[in-house]
Design a binder for this molecule. Structure first.
Ligand code: SAH
Length: 281
């Protein structure tokens, strides 16, 4: 593959700057060109657990510093990471902070950027494809689909203390969100599904759990809200996982493009039971 950047007025990553950049959900091809431009120029790349090795290989000139959880060791403290970025920038490095997905979606990127700004370090933010959108697309699930939903809610399964998110009004989410996309939901899935069912969501509501989305290890479990917890346990699923709740999941019957690329025919061309082709609304 020719990895030269197309001709364009690419910004220069200057000494003393930090570029806070999303790496996308996994597949290196889902990086933005700004991310690739940053990888080419960085002196140091500080990256998180969900960033693939192949992406780091695109910055062979840079020092690579790991800032996530590994092998059961406690994760680097958020404040330590932010201050490390400050130190590296002050030492005159061209710093690339690389985070999974989008840095401003459940990624604490806002906190890191805030610390940098408070210390007078110039920053550039490079958005990325978030797992809750791009990861679902790789599973054949459109996060909005005109026949299904006019809104989508992204939630995190746990709060700062690591407990199930207390500040969320599950009743309101259940009633107001046609499609719910849950990040970091595996640990507290029993509580989350019980809250949604208590608030009136049907046991039969379609659910997909997409693990390691967009990577070679991607797995998709299709189930229902009522069977979700048991099916996750039965399948022995491990994070990272995106959980999608709502009728959009049904679209996978017709849009599972990865299976189709392997020659498997769509399961059902009218997954919403409209009795007509989808495009003739
Ligand atoms: N900033 C990231 C989210 C970080 S929070 C983003 O925008 O995607 C970490 C959570 O993201 C994981 O617990 C999981 O719920 C989700 N996630 C990230 N990458 C994923 C992947 N490849 N497959 C499935 N879920 C993923």
């Amino acid at each position: 593959m020719d990895t030269r950047l197309p001709s364009y007025d690419w910004p220069e990553l200057e000494k003393g700057w930090v570029w806070l950049c999303g790496a996308g959900p996994g597949d290196p091809g889902l990086l933005t060109l700004h991310a690739l431009n940053a990888l080419r120029q960085a002196d140091v790349v500080i990256y998180d657990a969900l960033v693939q090795e192949a992406i780091l290989d695109w910055a062979p000139q840079a020092e690579h510093i790991y800032a996530g959880k590994r092998g059961g060791k406690p994760s680097a403290k958020q404040r330590d990471i932010s201050l490390r970025l400050v130190d590296l920038a002050r030492a005159g490095k061209r710093v690339l902070r690389l985070k999974g997905g989008d840095p401003f979606v459940f990624g604490r990127g806002g906190e890191e950027a805030q610390t940098l700004v408070q210390h007078g370090i110039p920053v550039r933010i490079i958005p990325g494809i978030s797992a809750g959108i791009g990861g679902l697309a790789y599973a054949g699930i459109p996060v909005t689909h005109r026949d299904v939903n006019q809104s989508v809610t992204f939630v995190t399964g746990h709060d700062q203390s690591g407990n199930a998110t207390q500040s969320l009004d599950w009743d309101a989410i259940s009633k107001g969100s046609q499609v719910i996309v849950i990040y970091m939901g595996m640990k507290h899935i029993a509580q989350i599904s019980a809250s949604l069912i208590d608030a009136g969501r049907a046991l039969s509501e379609p659910v997909a759990v997409v693990t390691s989305a967009t990577t070679a290890d991607q797995g998709v479990l299709e189930t229902t809200l009522g069977a979700l917890e048991a099916d996750i346990a039965k399948a022995g699923l491990e994070p990272p996982a995106i959980i999608c709740i709502g009728k959009a999941v049904r679209m996978r019957d017709v849009l599972n493009w990865q299976a189709q690329a392997e020659g498997i025919a769509p399961v059902n061309l009218d997954p919403l039971g409209r009795g007509r082709p989808a495009e003739t609304a």
